[in-house]
Design a protein around this ligand. Sequence first.
Ligand code: ADP
Ligand code: ZN
Length: 748
Amino acid sequence: MTELCEVALPVPLRSTFTYAAPASFAAPASGMRVVVPFRNRAMVGVVVANEQADARREGVREISEVLDAEPALTAPLIALGRWVASYYLAPVGEVFRTMLPPVVEVRAVRELSRTAAGTEYLRELEALEERTGEERAEVAVLRAFAAGGEPLRAAPLRRAAGGESAIARLLHRGALEARVVARRRTSAAVEFASDAPAEWAPDAPRPALNAEQASVLDAIRAEIAAGEFRVNLLHGVTGSGKTEVYLGAIEAALAAGRTALVLVPEIALTMALSRLLEARLGREAGVTVLHSALPDGERSAAWWAVRRGTARVVVGTRSAVFAPLERLGLVVVDEEQEASYKQEETPKYNGRDAALVRAKLEGAVVVLGSATPSLESYQNARRGKYRLLELPERVAQRPMARVELVDLREDFRHTHATRAVGERLRAAVAERLAAGTQALILINRRGYSWFQLCRSCGVAVQCKNCSISLTYHKQRARLVCHYCAYSRPVPAACPKCSQKYMYFVGEGAEQVEEQLRAEFPQARIGRLDRDSVRTQQAYRTILDAFAAGELDVLVGTQMLAKGHDFHRVTLVGVVSADLALGLPDFRAAERTFQLLTQVAGRAGRGELHGDVLIQTHYPEHYAIQAGARQDYHAFFEKEAQFRRAMHYPPFAALANVIVRAKSLENAARWARQLAAILGPEEERGLKVLGPAAAPLARLRGEHRLQFLIKSPRKTPLTQALTRALDACGEKGIPEGAVLVDVDPIGLM
Ligand code: ADP
Ligand code: ZN
């Protein structure tokens, strides 16, 4: 009898691999990480299933090492990983890599050994009367190996004079062989100070819940006590006190002997929430933060603290949905509609949807919270699949912010100027400065200008790798691609027609900041976007400065719109509500509505009353109208009509399939083949649109063609895509050439 293990390896393939457990050690259980040989390297994977076989199959290699004494992944997590892989058609090993802690126990070492041909070649070199410098270096490398002896580590050999290039030549002629092996680190290096010095946590006073909060919480508590899978959609306006409801639910889960998982849309929001939870729940709860930006050592230590059960509450971003909590009783997904829950790289999963599947596997209660639920979730609540819980009022009788739309066409008629901050908004900022309160100015574009255009030939300066115009960044004095990071100096003459009539179009955050500084030289103005804050630390510093009243005005991108609770903000200005509306995307209106509602929610959160000014060219658009009134129901009705008529989610299942290749010829050929493969699916009720040039027809030097596939239901869509990818494989289309995005958030 041999024990065969099905191992998921971090390679971009949709299959797992079979390895045998050697007789020398006990066969690893499902969920344990193992080191195995793959091609000519050692790789860390995870065992996802075992079977007893009578005979060893031909060509099955042996596991070299078992890393875990206890399974890293529990059975429900293995099931969840398999679901993610099959639903999103993602490479199974890459899914499990996302789920596992960073591998800190072993490191990869490159080893070299001398081949028979190498021994032969050494003899030839030694027989030469005179040797070139290159040959002398080769002799030195080859002599380092004892005949038929052990492989040597490559690093010291490379460091010798001429070693690096000698090794390259010797590998090329087959005189040396290279492989990558895994070496265990000494245990001292693996131990981490998991007990970081206790941070002082001020015990935030616990407000008495108002009647609505109490009744919502009672409903959730009853479900937690029942201990079964249930989904609640908590629709609460901004400032309605949803966090207190989450807190009460977490306490109930802990009291019931279960654990709790809280997902938030941004890394920046994990810190404040975890501090609050720790202050309220006490140290015993072991509140732990998990997100992908933690250094490997820290993340590994936190992950294992959760796995060993010392941490019972996890706060994290998308990937924390895989936190190895056991006896999971509650999952909270805050701002469930956020696009950041969807991973844009492979595996393209949605953390919210994975959370629902996980809760189902573990019999946990889910609370999806939002002021602007996604159409998907709200529709599920209307169909009775989720329970709808509502908090329609702000806490403590605080009024909703007053929202005013500023018609930029009017502004232009008066001023005949196109400035980012129009007359009305400028005056409103001046009022706040005079009153000594604060203003937030939202501009949803980075950089200084959207692009640089030639007046003579009408062409905008493009990225050399992508079919997109470059954005002008004044501080860096460069044109930058926001997709591939390519940048170039700002040309004085048009790269196409060489005429010197270049001008800049559109306003970004840098320009808005510059304009405000010019208009209000006395004001203390800060900017918050990915260019001005590159680290979490810098981000905290500027937010803390604003919260402490050291800044009067904060200009920023949508980073500003989320979650933060500033009490002295009495004005929120939106430089343009129109940006998202122009995108070729069925969620454009929803995005606009969500952004406006959230932004409006940032004003008047304390004792002071707040105003919101929204600049727009389309004041009559329903997303802008409903956003201004913060009227979710009106927006939902209108948007649902459009989605239903156009067969878009939530009234149809959707997948975006991109075929990409370095050469347009390959991309076009594979797309034609895929079209032929997908054709018959139309008879099964699917709708296949495409192939057409993708909105980004070139990205990072690759040509892209796009299919949109719609289906009345999800299961037939998954099945069709699985069949299609299998058929692509049979036709020899490389796996990486076909990118499938199930339930896409954006269609770019
Ligand atoms: P939401 O997430 O719904 O926008 P928060 O949970 O951030 O709202 O709550 C808004 C503010 O109201 C917070 O400062 C919170 O401490 C406070 N708060 C919550 N519940 C109450 C209550 N019952 N009474 C008074 N203040 C409350
Ligand atoms: Zn680019």
